[in-house]
Design a protein around this ligand. Structure first.
Ligand code: 8YV
Length: 311
């Protein structure tokens, strides 16, 4: 008998074949009334498959007394009930490392785009405005100062990308990391006032909620750019909209938002912000590697009782 896995959301077809070969997968997201389904059938499943973005809540765990393993597609753990899972002896798997390159590439793409105003320039050409005159000057990236909030696995790849642009890198974390060659700034304000670009790569969740506050944006200043590839929750979004509208900061490149897929309407009309639909890890190669790891975590759990990569 194949182990029974409940699948929370639609996930890429990349996952389907290996998953269905080994597991009896039920798509909860296709149920008309998922809560009623959980109440009636939750106890039948030993595995749960979800994504970093959608996670799973404790109320769902309550309806799944036989649950032994959660396998999550993504590296973020802010939507996963880690404490509750630990308390119940439920193993949790996630997909770190395999997406570092693509998330760092996206962060750098946003740095270049927002500073050189590439997306805005593309709109300029498409509107036919080039026929009326030259596009205005933009801001140089190479040789500038890059501040990283959250110098973890992805942050360190962003820092390596920056060296190719001859940028000086500093960072802020909860604690300095003695293993890295970059200068630590003890506060996020001091990092922001030093930096030309502040790149947010920290984890989401309550500990980082609204860390990038109105004061931090003020410290970044009218010539500073903000890039976020972490979670919308890390930024005070209202303060960011105001700073972009008033010229309090020069611009922002955002892959993530507080209430995805809703983007604040006031941002849609601004040319000094680049808006992406949470795509940082979304390449064929990386999503395949994430899908493989999601299945490997389940396989490892059902073979040995432990997932391969757990938070
Ligand atoms: C994905 C992510 O968007 O890994 C994460 O934490 O946010 C992303 O890679 C997500 O897991 C896919 O739904």
């Amino acid at each position: 008998m194949k182990p029974k896995i409940l699948q929370h959301v639609h996930l890429p077809p990349l996952l389907a074949t290996p998953l269905h070969a080994h597991y009896d997968v039920h798509p909860l997201w296709q149920e008309a009334d998922p809560q009623a389904f959980l109440s009636a059938h939750g106890e039948e499943f030993s595995g749960y498959l979800t994504s970093a973005r959608f996670g799973v809540d404790v109320a769902t765990l309550d309806k799944m007394p036989a649950l032994k393993v959660i396998s999550s597609f993504g590296v973020g753990t802010d939507a996963l009930p880690l404490e509750a899972a630990r308390a119940r002896g439920i193993a949790v798997g996630y997909t770190p490392e395999v997406l570092n390159d693509c998330v760092a590439d996206t962060a750098f793409g946003l740095v270049l785009d927002v500073a050189r105003r590439l997306s805005a320039a593309d709109r300029f050409v498409r509107r036919g405005d080039w026929l009326q005159g030259q596009y205005p000057l933009a801001t140089k990236v190479s040789g500038k100062r890059l501040g990283i909030l959250g110098l973890g696995r992805i942050g360190q790849v962003v820092a390596r990308r920056a060296s190719g642009f001859d940028m000086e890198v500093r960072y802020h974390n909860r604690r300095p990391n003695p293993a890295v060659p970059y200068t630590y700034e003890a506060t996020l304000e001091s990092l922001a006032s030093w930096a030309d670009f502040l790149v947010v790569v920290s984890a989401g969740g309550p500990e980082t909620r609204k860390l990038v506050s109105a004061d931090v944006l003020r410290a970044l200043g009218p010539k500073g750019f903000l890039v976020n590839v972490s979670r919308g929750s890390v930024i005070d979004e209202e303060a960011l909209v105001q700073a972009l509208e008033s010229g309090g900061i020069a611009g922002a490149g955002l892959d993530v938002f507080e209430a995805e897929p809703n983007v604040p309407a006031r941002l849609l009309t601004l040319d000094n912000v680049v808006l992406l639909p949470h795509l940082a890890s979304a390449t064929f190669e990386t999503r395949q590697a994430m899908a493989d790891l999601v299945v490997e975590n389940l396989d490892a759990f059902y073979a040995s009782g432990a997932v391969r990569t757990s938070p």
